[in-house]
Design a protein around this ligand. Structure first.
Ligand code: HXC
Length: 286
């Protein structure tokens, strides 16, 4: 018997695939996460972005909203991902204003260059608290809403999703810990733990229809991270290490996000999607 269209091709990569869906994103005013959210909004979602700086976060929310006529994008600044109650309040506002949460992106991060000798124990803790505890808090605060969304979009057996997708989380990690990366020990340790957190979540919550995946960006051009962590000559050296011969773009990360959140990602759970042009295979720093 010939296969029906939905049995061999995903109904994705078209306008409106995320219509009536809500994405909640920490670090959403940053260069990488704002591109992820912008792609989701362009394809129909409404969004709530979370940041520490109110002015920057509100400005970015307005900018992202221009991706689609009629889009609702809320920017909540002054939220500290290190504090669960701060995030829970933000989640409450998001749910009140936008009606729920279908997708979570845990993207808030902090990092600096220093040797283990130079940085204090408190400096180490600060990065771990923002990157790792912040990712856990983002998950903890949004999980009840993801569970509701997953139940509404449940796929059983071979039945294709009826109302799009929902109940999904992406953690934004890094490739720092695949080999040892000097001068970034706190971020490397935090990102390794984030990969482990996602792996636990995928097993624990998969039966409830939640999917948990990691996107590990490599060297992405024109980002705050690159500005803070790499000099122009470092960027040239990094580019030489990338097998495909170029730095990544924020679009590369946005495309991976749409893949994982769209129905192309229905059976992807517990994956680390490395988006780095193959640089990590060279075992050099990226
Ligand atoms: C050594 C430093 C330091 C530095 C801060 N500290 N910067 N130590 N070298 N360059 C120390 C401080 O002295 C202090 O320790 C402790 O860290 C906390 O600093 P605070 O400024 O009080 O804390 P806080 O405001 O929370 O700062 C967090 C931070 C900071 C992460 C330390 O760098 C920050 O806010 N960064 C902004 C966000 C950011 O980094 N964005 C880029 C992310 S890019 P003492 O002992 O003095 O109290 C990214 C990409 C990762 O994450 C992957 C790359 C591929």
């Amino acid at each position: 018997m010939p296969l029906a269209k939905h049995e061999y091709v995903s109904d994705t990569w078209r306008d409106g695939i995320f219509a009536n869906k809500v994405v909640f994103c920490t670090g959403g005013a940053g260069t990488i996460c704002s591109a992820q959210v912008r792609a989701m909004v362009h394809l129909g979602a409404n969004a709530c972005i979370i940041g520490r700086n109110p002015e920057k976060t509100e400005r970015m929310a307005k900018d992202i909203a221009t991706a689609r006529q009629g889009a609702k994008v809320i920017g909540l600044g002054n939220v500290d991902v290190r504090k669960l109650d701060s995030l829970e309040q933000a989640v409450q506002t998001c749910v009140q204003e936008l009606g729920g949460i279908d997708f979570t992106i845990a993207g808030a991060a902090g990092n600096f260059l220093a040797t283990i000798n130079q940085a204090s124990a408190n400096a180490f803790k600060s990065v771990i608290d923002i990157d790792l505890l912040g990712s856990y808090n983002t998950l903890k605060a949004t999980l009840p809403h993801l569970v509701k969304s997953a139940a509404a979009h449940r796929i059983d057996g071979n039945t294709p999703p009826r109302n799009g997708t929902g109940g999904r989380i992406i953690f934004v990690s890094a490739t720092l810990h695949y080999a040892g990366t000097p001068f970034q020990a706190p971020a490397s340790a935090a990102k390794a733990a984030i990969d482990a957190l996602s792996a636990s979540l995928c097993i624990e919550q998969g039966p409830r229809g939640i999917t948990s995946n990691v996107i590990a960006p490599g060297p992405i051009a024109n980002t705050e991270g690159m500005d803070r962590l790499a000099r122009p000559e470092d960027v040239q050296a990094l580019t030489r290490l990338v097998p495909v011969g170029r730095m990544g773009s924020v679009k590369d990360i946005a495309d991976a996000t749409v893949f994982l959140f769209g129905d192309t990602g229905n059976y992807v759970n517990g994956a680390v999607v490395v988006v780095d042009g193959g640089a990590w295979r060279t075992a050099g720093p990226s």
